[in-house]
Design a protein around this ligand. Structure first.
Ligand SMILES: Nc1ncnc2c1ncn2[C@@H]1O[C@H](COP(=O)(O)OP(=O)(O)OP(=O)(O)O)[C@@H](O)[C@H]1O
Ligand SMILES: [Mg+2]
Length: 228
């Protein structure tokens, strides 16, 4: 369903382009749960942004359920993301002028859900993540761990997304808050979604049937495999 083939990504920051991903293949079947593990700087976020439709490869191709995403322009890519992808950002990207609940409601605004239903769904999810007392707070009044949970809720509130890509969703959390996010991700998987999660947490990785390891912009090891 997700098929990255020979994907490269180079960043240009003044001098010659610096390659960060080197001809990387990443395939995932519908409903799989995959962990992406590797040292800081090994290219996990750069890699995950490509299936998420947040970034375009410099070279190689990306197909999603048969669609050629690699050639989509910005507007088609935004539509693709809205329809198929829930993305938990490593840098939370919460909107500072909105409250916690408004940030989580935002994808439902774009989806055209009526206000009362939006509010209920966002509040339920935030309560499950232990944020019921922070619905009216703005992100800069929340700790990093709470902001991270809000970002997870925002990515997951829009149930129709069939693929969840989570970039370090438990990185700033203590074990109890982390468990809340993990159980949310696992619920996504149980309801048939594909889940790819970047993590430094080996215990979280071990809960995934397939683990990919990145090093210097390459996937260098794979444990487990797609279901037969
Ligand atoms: N926008 C950018 N411009 C230039 N270089 C970048 C950019 N984003 C990432 N890089 C570089 O690309 C390499 C891979 O970065 P990336 O963020 O993908 O790593 P990561 O595995 O996600 O690390 P972490 O575990 O710290 O999140 C790093 O050397 C980083 O400095
Ligand atoms: Mg990263």
């Amino acid at each position: 369903m997700i098929a990255l083939e020979g994907v490269t990504r180079a960043y240009v920051t003044g001098g010659p382009p610096v390659p960060v991903l080197h001809r990387t293949d990443l395939r995932s079947e519908r409903g799989e749960r995959v962990a992406l593990v590797g040292a800081s700087g090994s290219g996990k976020s750069t890699l995950l942004h490509i299936p998420g439709g947040l970034d375009r490869p410099t070279g190689g191709g990306y197909r999603y359920a048969g669609q050629d995403v690699g050639v989509m322009d910005g507007i088609r890519l935004a539509t693709f993301r809205r329809d198929h992808i829930g993305f938990v950002f490593q840098a939370f990207h919460l909107l500072p002028v909105l409250t916690t609940i408004e940030n989580v409601e935002l994808p439902l605004v774009y989806a055209g859900l009526p206000a009362a239903a939006r509010r209920r769904r966002a509040a339920d999810l935030l309560e499950r993540l232990g944020l019921g007392r922070h619905l009216r707070h703005r992100p800069n009044h929340l700790s990093g761990g709470r902001q991270q949970r809000v970002a997870s809720a925002r990515a997951l509130v829009n149930d129709p997304a069939e693929t969840v890509l989570a970039d370090g969703p438990t990185g700033n959390l203590d074990s109890r808050a982390g468990a809340g996010v993990v159980s949310l991700l696992e619920a996504q998987h149980v309801s048939g979604r594909t889940v790819i999660v970047v993590t430094h947490d080996e215990a979280l990785a071990a809960r995934c049937p397939r683990v990919l390891r990145t090093q210097d912009g390459r996937i260098v090891a794979e444990q487990g495999g797609p279901p037969a």
